[in-house]
Write a protein that binds this ligand. Structure first.
Ligand SMILES: [Zn+2]
Length: 310
């Protein structure tokens, strides 16, 4: 079965408000170009996302936050700053609504049976956005909006969210920490931005804080020991992924040394668990990844591993 790749033209129009920002529109081009160059394109089907509606957002965000983002949306050449490194320009709201809407569409596609797996090639990313705040380039928490949609519309009460971005998925933890319908697994460089998550003590959160310099061997060992058995025990009805590729060796945003083969490896491991537990249902959302070459290669390896899993 082909993998659904969901995006929207507005996701390429979002501009973070100053030149040479690492979270750039070229990131999506890099992924698309590599999907074609590596021959993965025939394994996928492209979809345009519909925008998330307020009711989708309000399942995971407070009304105050949602209204603040809508209200901040600038016109013309204005730049609205929401936190130290999160800003909006005139296309940002539309992009953020379609990024969250892509996760909703991905969930509907895998529960509708059209696809087993979906990848949301979207920006802005989402995993630093908490219930009541934007942060770290994120306005709405896309993966959380998707998970909450699966709960509300598809009666799903066992969702695994696996986050392999180099940064802790603190927004997702803020939203679902303590909610036993969700098992959260986040590996991240520690100590490092956003400087939290290492001492989280919640039964549904399996954080892996790892030191700068962590490479394939150490990361795979930690994932194999701490996550994979717990994910099997949890027996998810849906596997969601916060796919951050800034944990790559060539990405200067962080100091992890992962490579494409590691993303393919964890994808295959998660496909195996999803195959055992839930008919392979998997929805992955792009988070970080700022070095364009390694981002494209890593996302292509991730999607190829999904498509080729039998
Ligand atoms: Zn990141």
């Amino acid at each position: 079965m082909t993998v659904a790749v969901i995006s929207h033209p507005s996701c390429s129009l979002h501009d973070n408000g100053f030149p040479h920002h690492p979270e750039s529109p070229e990131r999506l081009d890099a992924i698309n170009n590599q999907l074609i160059a590596s021959g993965v394109d025939w394994l996928i089907r492209h979809y345009d996302a519909a925008p998330a509606r307020r009711e989708h957002l309000l399942r995971v965000h407070g009304a105050g936050h949602v209204e603040r983002v809508f209200g901040a949306s600038p016109e013309g050449d204005g730049v609205a700053t929401l936190d130290g490194d999160t800003a909006m320009t005139r296309h940002s709201l539309e992009a953020a609504l379609h990024a969250a809407g892509a996760a909703v569409m991905g969930v509907d596609l895998v529960f509708g049976g059209a696809h087993s797996q979906a990848f949301c090639a979207v920006r802005p990313p989402g995993h630093h956005a908490g219930r009541d705040n934007a942060a770290g380039f994120c306005l709405f928490n896309n993966v959380a909006v998707g998970a909450a949609h699966a709960m509300a519309e598809h009666d799903m009460n066992r969702i695994a969210i696996v986050d392999f971005d180099v940064h802790h998925g603190d927004g997702t933890e803020n939203i679902f920490g303590g909610d036993e319908r969700v098992l959260l697994c986040s590996s991240f460089q520690h100590p490092f931005y956003p400087f939290n998550g290492a001492d989280t003590d919640l039964p549904n959160v399996l954080n892996l804080p790892l030191p700068a310099g962590t490479g394939s061997r150490e990361w795979r060992a930690a994932v194999s020991e701490r996550w994979l058995p717990a994910l099997r025990d949890f027996a998810p009805g849906l596997v969601m992924i916060s796919a951050g590729f800034d944990s790559h060796l060539e990405d200067d945003m962080g100091d992890f040394n992962l490579v494409e083969a590691d993303y393919a490896w964890i994808t295959t491991e998660l496909c195996r668990i999803a195959s055992e537990c839930c008919g392979q249902r998997m929805v992955s959302c792009l988070e970080g990844g700022y070095d364009l070459s390694s981002l494209g290669r890593s996302a292509a390896a991730h999607i190829k591993a999904m498509a080729e899993y039998h």
